[in-house]
Design a protein around this ligand. Structure first.
Ligand SMILES: Cc1cc2nc3c(=O)[nH]c(=O)nc-3n(C[C@H](O)[C@H](O)[C@H](O)COP(=O)(O)O)c2cc1C
Length: 266
């Protein structure tokens, strides 16, 4: 395999997508792996360009059967120059619908021919101890599967060295895509009595929705409900309390108990 520089590009507020792309990279036994983490707001990352010597593994979570709009905006600033890529979506044990097709279309248009694709499972962002959804995923078996997928990607790259044309991988999904998540005033909230003002919630927020006065202030319009703040809060002061979201959480818990299996396309 000529392409030895493995580049991981991901948006991963609760780290499950990051774990999967790292697992795939480990399976490829790379000389070098670099991370391009699109999760936090960081204008310096804009306009990155990857070369033909790179192999990029894109990892994105599924929000409402699509790629999160925030992640799409950040992805569109990244470009390849005929840079072969694998695309991966990670979903919370319900469904990934049009997300993989959407990711394929975005990266292909940006100069990354996608030669392999996968849909893996991560613990649902809304999952909690009372209503666990995909709890503990990705688990050991998922990571083993991710590594095996990495090995199959290497084998495909070796085969492609002699190929005179490269066909993009086929993935499930429909055009036009299903509607994305509509804007709403739903946001995660802080229990002021439990909050110690450690500010870890603001540090991990992908959209800069959290600020501080003498208490935590949340900009509901910016919150994308990713729950990074909930997971990072050391005093369990941050939570998803919005009643319609709690209803969705119990619906997910009631209806998606059967563990789904990773799917790969290569
Ligand atoms: C707003 C929102 C919408 C989501 N929509 C879906 C969905 O349509 N299907 C699904 O199975 N999981 C869905 N999830 C769960 C995430 O896809 C899942 O938790 C994923 O592992 C998160 O990735 P991350 O850990 O990289 O942030 C949603 C999560 C959020 C926050």
């Amino acid at each position: 395999m000529n392409r030895k520089n493995i580049r991981l590009v991901y948006f991963s507020p609760t780290h499950t997508s990051q774990k999967i792309v790292q697992g795939i990279a480990n399976g490829m036994m790379p000389v070098e792996v670099t991370h391009c983490d699109l999760t936090l707001p960081d204008p310096e990352r804009a306009n990155q360009v990857f070369s033909e010597d790179d192999f990029v593994i894109f990892g994105m979570p599924v929000y409402g059967g699509r790629i999160p709009a925030e992640a799409v905006a950040r992805l569109k600033k990244i470009h390849g120059k005929n840079t072969l890529a694998a695309i991966v979506v990670v979903y919370g044990n319900r469904a990934y619908e049009d997300a993989l097709l959407e990711l394929k279309t975005i990266v292909a248009a940006a100069g990354f021919p996608p030669i392999a694709a996968g849909a893996f499972i991560g613990e649902h962002s809304f999952s909690n101890s009372e209503f666990p959804i995909g709890a503990g995923r990705p688990d050991e078996a998922d990571i083993t599967e991710a590594e095996a997928f990495g090995q199959r990607i290497v084998a495909k790259l070796n085969r492609l060295e002699d190929a005179d044309r490269i066909d993009a991988v086929e993935v499930p999904g429909n055009f036009p895509y299903k509607d994305g998540i509509p804007p709403s005033d739903a946001a995660t909230t802080t229990n002021d009595a439990a909050c110690t003002m450690c500010e870890s919630c603001g540090f991990v927020c992908p959209t800069g929705a959290i600020g501080y006065t003498d208490r935590v202030i949340t900009d509901n319009e910016k919150c994308i409900l990713c729950c990074a703040c909930v997971r990072s809060c050391p005093s369990e002061a941050r939570a998803l309390t919005h009643p319609p979201m709690l209803k969705i959480t119990t619906w997910l818990f009631d209806n998606f108990k059967e563990p789904r299996k990773p799917e790969t396309f290569i």
